[in-house]
Design a protein around this ligand. Structure first.
Ligand code: PMP
Length: 403
């Protein structure tokens, strides 16, 4: 029975049940057309209206300014690891054709497994050099754990990089930039960009998109997010791209830049209103339903407040468990994720017992990522406060049995 289960999976993850019920109707008969959403033409009026609605829902809730376009792509967050590099190197080539590859620098802030992977892809594609702006591991106690946002003093930005890359929320490690005033030591140091007119700032928001507003959104060159956490089925990637980053990649290639596949060039997507080729229609449909549901329930600010309360309750219970020697939080206070709560049991047996006991009570998908083990509980938008209360009661009961 679905109603007895809570899916704490890291993505793909829970979606609101009422939306899924609605989606099954559209799968059979979209908008009274007598044809299902996966069967109609992507060039039809009905689908154009859906694309426009999805864009509007993203734009209004995140307050995207007219300096930026909203685009829909495929290939997930991972394809963007490549796309941002190719497009931003092309842009930099047009701005500074005289520089050598060695002089063309891409700045990466490495705070977890996903930024590490993105930086590796940048190195692999070539055409520029990767500068690691800061690396969380160098600021951890054991020298190898992603358990913190590095101190602002440690950020070594290049003078005129092709891009400055960071990930708001590291899904595997549970490390997130603080959502707080800029002078918070673990917020993204936007003040370091204050002398740049158009900072080439790239943010991976895959696992925090639509969980709370995006600080300094207008200062970003590119923001991207796969849909499969907070907003819909896998297959759709949402992009917010500043107009000056919709560059003519062929003109850049003539100056020596790496040619960019047309499906990956942001300008191609923008020029065709994300309809260069067949888009992920079902994922777009469900995402629009999720965002509409969100809007009807109070919008982003309501979800921000709810998500703040949810994680506070869970971390409070786990800190209690830490005091009792049962659990150990992996990430330092101030750098902890709202979306992915990552911790260890005092022993592997305790972890196994916690997961098995949770599973038997319908609390599913809490196993940590295979690369680091332990426990990870994801609290995306579709996880309700009632479900969090059930989780917290389970944690407290577990603690009572182990102390
Ligand atoms: N970035 C982050 C922060 C992620 O969490 C993920 C996937 N979990 C990715 C990138 C890669 O996304 P995809 O699987 O859609 O390629």
């Amino acid at each position: 029975e679905r109603s007895q289960v809570i899916n704490f999976g890291p993505g793909p993850s829970a979606l609101p049940e009422s939306v899924l019920e609605e989606a099954t109707k559209g799968l059979i008969n979209y908008n009274g057309t007598g044809i299902g959403i996966t069967e109609i033409s992507h060039r039809s009026k009905d689908f154009a209206a859906l694309t426009a609605k999805l864009e509007e829902l993203v734009r209004t809730q995140l307050e995207v300014p007219s300096t930026h376009v909203v685009l829909f792509a495929q290939g997930g967050g991972s394809a963007q690891f490549s796309s941002v590099v190719l497009n931003m190197l092309a842009r930099h080539r047009l701005l500074h054709p005289e520089l050598s590859d060695e002089q063309r620098v891409m700045d990466y802030v490495v705070t977890g497994s996903w930024t590490k992977k993105a930086a590796e892809e940048a190195r692999r594609l070539g055409g520029g050099r990767v500068n690691v702006v800061a690396d969380s591991r160098e600021h951890s106690a054991d020298g190898k754990s992603f358990d913190n946002i590095p101190p602002h003093e440690a950020f070594k930005l290049s003078p005129d990089p092709a891009l400055i890359y960071y990930c708001d929320n590291e899904t595997v490690d549970g490390v997130q930039f603080a959502y707080a005033a800029e002078d918070s030591p673990t917020a993204f140091p936007f003040h370091l960009l204050k002398n740049q007119t158009l900072p080439p700032l790239v943010g991976d928001y895959s696992s925090s998109f639509m969980s709370r507003p995006i600080p300094h959104l207008a200062d970003h060159a590119i923001i991207f997010a796969g849909a499969q956490k907070n907003i819909g089925p896998a297959g759709l990637t949402i992009l917010i791209v500043r107009n000056d980053c919709l560059v003519d990649v062929d003109a850049a290639a003539k100056l020596g830049a790496t040619p960019v596949p047309l499906t990956m060039a942001y300008k191609t997507l923008a020029d065709s209103t994300s309809l260069y080729n067949t888009p992920p229609m079902f994922s777009m449909y469900v995402s629009a339903l999720v965002l509409e549901n969100m809007k009807n329930r109070g919008g982003l600010n309501t979800f921000e407040a709810m998500n703040r309360r949810k994680q506070e309750k869970v971390y409070a219970a786990l800190k209690d468990g830490e005091g009792k020697g049962v659990f150990r939080l992996r990430v330092r206070d101030g750098s902890r994720s709202w979306m992915n709560v990552v911790f260890r049991g005092a022993t592997e047996d305790i972890e196994k017992e916690f997961l098995a006991s949770g599973e038997s009570q319908g609390l599913k998908a809490m196993k940590g990522h295979r690369s680091i083990g332990g426990i990870r509980i994801s609290l995306y938008n579709a996880i309700t406060e009632e479900q969090v209360d059930r989780l917290v009661a389970f944690i407290r009961e577990f603690l009572a049995q182990h102390t």
